[in-house]
Design a protein. Structure first.
Length: 91
């Protein structure tokens, strides 16, 4: 049979050991959006100093802007095709 008291004691001891070993040693930081390396909190944009990461971040931001523009265009087309006939009937 399993001794539950021993299991609970072992779990408590391990959680105390993990909590004491990590507390205070890790400085506050962010992570690079591309390679996930730790970087400073003040880094803007949130990428490391590696040129490949900087280039990829610029490309990703450009793609995000394009996607937002296309979403608004298609939303406008949809709204016009849906609301246009309704407005024409009212006139």
């Amino acid at each position: 049979m399993v001794d539950t008291k021993k299991v609970k004691e072992n779990i408590q001891r391990m959680t105390n050991r993990v909590a004491s070993s990590t507390s205070g040693k890790v400085q506050p930081h962010k992570h690079c959006r591309v390679c996930f390396r730790p970087i400073k909190l003040t880094a803007e944009p949130r990428v490391c100093s590696d040129q490949a990461c900087i280039d990829r971040n610029i490309r990703d931001e450009k793609n995000e802007r394009q996607m937002k523009i296309w979403m608004f265009v298609f939303l406008g087309i949809f709204a016009f095709s849906f609301l246009g006939p309704m407005l024409l009937r009212m006139l």
